[in-house]
Structure formats: C-alpha cells, structure tokens
Design a binder for this molecule. Structure first.
Ligand code: GLN
Length: 198
C-alpha cells in the first residue's frame, strides 16, 4: 500500500498493541488515537477488542465520539474487532444502561453472546471473501451479530449459522480476535480500503 497512508488504532482501552503490531507488519504507518487531533491525522481507524462500555465512556470523555461518528459518516474505513464491532453496531443488545455506540454498521449485535471469559474458544471459519486457508478465529467474550440489515453483508458465520463478521462499505466488524492468532487478512482488507480512498 502507499507509504504515506497513516492509520490509527483507537487507544482508549483494549488490545491496542497487538493491532499496532499487525498493521506495522503489513507496512502501515500507525498512530495511537486518544484525542480528536490524532483522529484528524489518520485515513482509517482500528477499534480494538476490550470492553465496549469503557471504550464508549472514554470516547465521550475524550471528546472523540462525535468526531469518530462524523468520520464514519464521511466514509473513513474502520475495522472493529469484538468490542470494536460493538462500537460500530447501530444497535446493541445487552448493553449496560446508557451505553452508546458510534454506529455505522446496519446490524444488531448481542454483547457477551458466547458466555464468560472461561468459555472462550477457537473456531475455523471459511471466509470466502478472504480465500484460502480458513480463518483461525479466537472468541473471547465476543458479541454475535443477530441481525444483518439491508446495508450490510455477512462475511463469516459459525457452523450453526450465527454471523460473526460483517462488512458495509469501508466498515468491517468481526466478533473475534484475528490479531492474536496471526491472521492478517482482515487488517490487509482494511488497509486496502484505506489505500483505495486516499
Ligand atoms: N464483552 C466485551 C464487551 O462487551 C467484548 C470482549 C472483547 O472485546 N474481547 O465489550
């Protein structure tokens, strides 16, 4: 991808470093985004896994909620994993009182749909948009996508049919953690979207 493309990792909470490493390895220039001035420098944003309730609160506290919503509306590519997917969802089920998302993805997600931390699991997913081999996906208290609206497209499902990855324009939301299983194709897809736009 073009060397002058800078992408951000939202660095309020969660596994920021793992995403930075994958993006670096793919040749991207990466900055941590904690304030609106940093958001203004980037052409795309990764929202990491962590705790969506905390990411939501801190994003409002740091004055980032509205700038991020505006950037999404203007077409900035965003990759959200796990809590990051929750932040991208238009509708969140089993949210805490007052919890807000940035929105942008026309989906309904349910938080903690796979149970508690000890019920974490890995699964092989056949993701045709990414080709072969299958994706090795780590699920850690992740959300499930209960409804995919007309604007969004399902990219991956579990064997039981539950949707765990969606895409809508430049927005990519996944329930699991590719950054911890050495899976780089979602990040590459995100960087391709960024490169196509700048
Ligand atoms: N359960 C977390 C939440 O609701 C998400 C877990 C994760 O990102 N690994 O935000």
């Amino acid at each position: 991808m073009a060397g002058n493309t800078t992408v951000g990792v939202l660095a309020l909470q969660g596994d920021v470093r793992e995403h930075e490493r994958v993006l670096h390895d793919l040749g991207a220039d990466v900055v941590r985004v904690r304030r609106p001035e940093e958001l203004a420098q980037v052409s795309g944003l990764v929202i990491p896994g962590g705790e969506s309730t905390v990411i939501d609160k801190l994003s409002r506290l740091f004055g980032l909620q509205h700038p991020i919503r505006d950037a999404i509306r203007e077409g900035m590519p965003v990759l959200g994993t796990c809590a990051g997917l929750i932040m991208l969802a238009d509708t969140v089920v089993d949210a805490i009182d007052g919890q807000q998302s940035f929105g942008g993805l026309d989906v309904i997600v349910r938080r903690n749909a796979f149970g508690r931390q000890v019920e974490s699991f890995e699964a092989e997913l056949d993701v045709s948009a990414l080709g072969t081999p299958n994706v090795r996906a780590a699920f850690i208290r992740g959300p499930v996508i209960e409804h995919v609206g007309v604007g969004a497209t399902a990219l991956a499902s579990l064997n039981d049919g539950r949707v765990v990855a969606v895409e809508q324009g430049g927005l990519l939301g996944i329930s699991f953690h590719p950054e911890i299983t050495g899976e780089t194709r979602f990040h590459r897809r995100f960087l391709d979207r960024v490169a196509a736009r700048v």
